[in-house]
Design a protein around this ligand. Structure first.
Ligand code: PMP
Length: 336
């Protein structure tokens, strides 16, 4: 049986959003709950960030920061850049992307394939002027008719999830939802989806699921922005309250290790044919913890942020997994 077909779209931008929910079967069975993942890899740029890219670019068009023939400039771990290049190509803008050089080779190749000008910088702390965020802002300032997307502090990012993600989840489940959780990079997804769901029902519990190495778990648990440990997950892990996280309605928080997340994506892959990136694994583990917390019969939703095919050289490569001390799935083990 296949899913019902969706209406034809006049252009690429109409393919952004409207993603489907899939039941995460093993976690649902273990907890006696219905745990659903929102398939953000269905977006044309392949990730949850297409939504933010479209909303930020259209907000800039409306307020005159971006005019025909212009350039969109952004600093990103990759997926936002891919989303921006996708939307910019569809609308006829150029794209300049500044990215730390430790992100997956697949994301860099994808950005080049989309025609983005790629500027690679060393991975440094936010306080360093060479950090990808600051470097991208300076590049935009030095160009004519260029817009700096500023995904961390530009609230058009979370608005995409208030208008889109939250509304879609609510409609798909006819309002039968008890909890939502995901990790934060910019925080746009957790804050926007949280705000949108709470507007519909104050009873929906919103949980942040943080990787190690991020400071938000401690912030929401005890008011202190303090990071412990580290993570190799790309696109998530925040050390400050970004503009998108301001006032986010977070009720509770979990912290998940890379090992737990890797086992979760491996289970989703071999168990039900969903090959995903590591942030989706962090989210899936968080969703299972939230289900345990809320009790049998609860309905929980999380985000499947992007596809594992974006990480064939890392998360789905046995040498990389072994180097990072992460479990290697049987299917990837080399014959001795
Ligand atoms: N997962 C991945 C793979 C991402 O690239 C991002 C975006 N940086 C996120 C999760 C988190 O999304 P957000 O920026 O909305 O917090």
């Amino acid at each position: 049986m296949t899913a019902p077909s969706r209406p034809p779209q006049p252009g690429t931008l109409g393919l952004i959003g409207g993603t489907r929910l899939v039941r995460l079967t093993a976690a649902s069975e273990r907890t006696g709950c219905d745990i659903y993942g929102k398939c953000e890899f269905e977006n044309p740029g392949g990730s949850v960030k297409d939504r933010a890219a479209l909303w930020m670019i259209e907000a800039a068009e409306r307020d005159g920061r971006l005019r025909p023939g212009g350039t969109v400039v952004e600093g990103t771990a990759g997926n936002t850049g891919i989303g921006i290049a996708t939307v910019a190509n569809a609308k006829g803008y150029r794209t300049v992307i500044v990215m730390p050089n430790n992100q997956s080779a697949e994301k860099m190749q994808t950005l080049r394939a989309l025609g983005a000008d790629l500027v690679l910088v060393p991975p440094t702390k936010y306080a360093d002027p060479e950090h990808f965020v600051h470097r991208s802002r300076r590049i935009a300032e030095e160009m004519d008719n260029a817009m700096w997307a500023d995904q961390f502090d530009n609230q058009a990012n979370r608005q995409a999830h208030i208008d889109g993600t939250a509304a879609e989840i609510w409609d798909a489940l006819d309002g039968r939802i008890d909890g939502f959780t995901c990790a934060a990079g910019t925080g746009g997804t957790i804050a926007g989806t949280g705000i949108g769901l709470k507007q519909r029902s104050g009873d929906v519990i919103i949980a942040l699921t943080d990787p190690f190495g991020a400071a938000l778990y401690n912030y929401y648990a005890c008011g202190e922005l303090k990071a412990e440990g580290s993570s190799v997950a790309e696109g998530i892990g925040q050390g400050r309250i970004t503009g998108n996280l301001e006032g986010a309605p977070i009720d509770t928080q979990f912290r998940v290790s890379d090992e737990e997340a890797a086992l979760a994506v491996q289970e989703l892959n071999t168990g039900q044919g969903l090959c995903l990136g590591l942030s989706s694994g962090i989210n899936a583990v968080g969703a299972e913890r939230l289900a345990e917390r809320l009790g049998k019969g609860s309905v929980i939703v999380t985000i499947l942020c992007d596809s594992g095919f974006r990480y064939l050289s890392t998360l789905w490569n046995p040498d990389w997994l072994a180097e990072k001390g992460l479990p290697v799935p049987t299917g990837l083990r080399k014959p001795h």
